[in-house]
Design a protein around this ligand. Sequence first.
Ligand SMILES: [Zn+2]
Length: 99
Amino acid sequence: MTTIKTTCRHCGDVELRPADLALELDPTEESGSYRFNCPICGAEQRRPANARVVNVLLATGVAYEVKAPDLGPITVDEIDRFVYALDQEEDFWRQLASS
Ligand SMILES: [Zn+2]
């Protein structure tokens, strides 16, 4: 069975199974963070994950979720681009109706 070595700030080195971790990915970068509950003391912790760590964790079957970055309110420019994109899509309403 795959084990993932990491460190708990209270207990030092600990070994986790893929099911013990949850990966959070930032869609704007090739990195993210992962969180886990220490198997010894139970404390929930979070660690940054660079692209290499993300790849390793995904390869071992760790569950992940994509966290949308906080981009703030929608801007007029974004609405204009959205409307333009809708205008380019002739089948938009037909696709909507068929779903
Ligand atoms: Zn611990």
